[in-house]
Design a protein around this ligand. Structure first.
Ligand SMILES: Cc1cc2nc3c(=O)[nH]c(=O)nc-3n(C[C@H](O)[C@H](O)[C@H](O)COP(=O)(O)O)c2cc1C
Length: 176
């Protein structure tokens, strides 16, 4: 499968099998995270891999009770260190959210290629997630994702065209 195919079939998967993920496959996905680009190559991040069922259940509760998160055998939590990230993006912006987001997207595409589902989780109580995982004060939780085999293989398939804005609305040439 090429990158474009992985981009096409990646969907937010909200129903998972309990089937464990082979260790070699997990290693591949960790490489996808590790090799991602970041502003100035600061790599201001740490990704927590959670397999403990009780911790997964607590995390799902901290994500506005999105129970499907705990269904997957693995939950990955993307954290960033704002103080270690590039501070002058566009003049004064902090790059940490973008850095972690790029790495997460790498992970999600590599997962799709391997037949694994993910779902970007942005609805979470940061304080609760930090407490559950012992995330230090100076770190920020940017996103979570469940990771596992979809309950039905058909859940990874190209999105219907109607679910995305038409090209003319999102791509501009030469000027805004
Ligand atoms: C920043 C961000 C936060 C999101 N938060 C959640 C979430 O908390 N729960 C959820 O089920 N989906 C969440 N999603 C998934 C989006 O709903 C989904 O990506 C979008 O509807 C497009 O569908 P697709 O991923 O299947 O292509 C989030 C996506 C992004 C990019």
């Amino acid at each position: 499968m090429d990158v474009m195919q992985a981009i096409r079939i990646r969907r937010s998967v909200r129903s998972y099998q309990e089937t464990p993920i082979p260790a070699e496959l997990l290693d591949r996905l960790f490489e996808a995270l590790r090799l991602a680009p970041s502003a100035c190559n600061y790599q201001p991040w740490r990704f927590i891999v959670v397999t403990n069922p009780e911790t997964r259940t607590r995390l799902a509760a901290a994500c506005r009770n999105q129970a499907f998160i705990a269904q997957a055998p693995v939950v990955i939590v993307g954290c960033g260190f704002p103080a270690k990230a590039y501070q002058r993006m566009g003049g004064s912006g902090n790059s940490v959210d973008i850095d972690v987001a790029i790495a997460f997207d790498h992970l999600m595409l590599a997962a799709a290629e391997a037949g694994l589902g993910t779902c970007w989780i942005g609805a979470f109580e940061e304080k609760a997630v930090k407490e559950i995982l012992g995330v230090p004060e100076e770190a920020k939780v940017v996103a979570l994702t469940p990771l596992g085999y979809p309950s039905e293989p058909g859940l990874l398939r190209p999105a219907e065209e109607s679910r995305r804005l038409p090209r003319a609305q999102v791509i501009a040439f030469e000027r805004f």
